[in-house]
Ligand binder design. Sequence first.
Ligand SMILES: CC(C)(COP(=O)(O)OP(=O)(O)OC[C@H]1O[C@@H](n2cnc3c(N)ncnc32)[C@H](O)[C@@H]1OP(=O)(O)O)[C@@H](O)C(=O)NCCC(=O)NCCS
Length: 396
Amino acid sequence: MSIDFRSARAEDAPAIFRSDGRAFGFIWTEEQQQERIASLPFERFQLALDGAEVVAVAGAMPFDMTMPGGATVPACGVTWVGVQATHRRRGLLTELMGRVHADALSRGEPVSILHASEAVIYGRFGYGVTTLERAVRIDRARTRWRAERPAAGAVRYADGPDARRRQEALWDRGRRQRPGELSREPALWELIHAVRSRPASSASASFHLEHHDGYAVYRVSEKWEDGHPLSTLEVTELVALTPAAHAALWHTVLSVDLVGSVKFRALPLDDPLPTYLDNPRGVLTTGLTDGLWLLPLDVATAFAARTYGTEDRFVVEVAGRRWAIEGGPGGASVRAVRSRPDLVMDTATAGSLLLGAVRAGGLAAGGRLRATSPDVLRRADRFFLADVEPCSLTHF
Ligand SMILES: CC(C)(COP(=O)(O)OP(=O)(O)OC[C@H]1O[C@@H](n2cnc3c(N)ncnc32)[C@H](O)[C@@H]1OP(=O)(O)O)[C@@H](O)C(=O)NCCC(=O)NCCS
């Protein structure tokens, strides 16, 4: 078997959809292909060809990712990864990932990020879990709003192109407040709006709530049991720039009638929602899983772009190279050094530490990080933790 590798071109689109569909057990309709094409930067897709046939794909999309402290860095968002069953376990993904990473570095992207279909795939390529996703369910019958009631009229329903533009503008401000959150290019927004405007399996098309400083998007799956209403309301996205907007939007979401339970797939661990309710078990965590995975392609640039919990200095060895990270709540500098390291880790572990969601102490206990002393580890714990819990609602 001789396999050729090359970057994709726009005319490869049908073959990319076919190959992706075969890898994921999905057949893209003509209509779905047309809807997605504009959002896919095919020049960033890498292909493996067996003769004339595309048999494996790894794509990438550009994002700006928010770091702890609010700065952003360009990020390579790896996506559309699939190798057909006829060609798996022969090193095709390994070759394609190498090409995607080289391309990202040439574009000046210090980090590469992705969502993994299976958690065993990407550690070998230097990716570590960098955000967590907490899915929650709120049982309406068991919870009552106990916080001060938001002002009447603060939230209204909003539809149409103007409401979309306001959502996009609010998103762009809101994503800068949350480490791990991503920018969205206009073509990606077009796709998001199109998907939200349609029903999804048993759920309605999306409803849009708007506040001066935020918005919420949700769908409803209608259900009745013995004559009683038991619909499920699924929040797709809730963005709030201020505490008042956050409370007002959640209050409205929890006030929708005929609803038995409200679900949200990614409530940040530091979200104040539980404090608004009278029942501490009212916001039930139904799942806590890996969200974004991250590979630091350029360790110095990535770690210099964030702020840190305490003023401190560490020599960190990542995959054999040593860096002095000197930082604090105001910013940081990173430079290559030769001195003895305080912390030793591989690239995937550095990816887990970068956004500050994963504790150094836990990584050390699991044998993924080595510290010169328990005191160094305690300091590292306080240093790397982010003041705002990282989370990402943008799936790609
Ligand atoms: C996951 C997938 C892309 C792997 O492609 P591949 O070309 O078979 O991968 P490679 O041959 O380069 O594998 C490299 C190594 O990773 C391991 N590996 C790859 N996928 C794995 C998986 N799903 N589970 C466990 N190990 C895996 C291989 O065994 C190999 O290990 P080795 O180097 O010790 O031999 C392919 O199986 C696939 O398309 N799966 C379905 C779609 C999917 O899940 N895509 C990922 C979306 S995030």
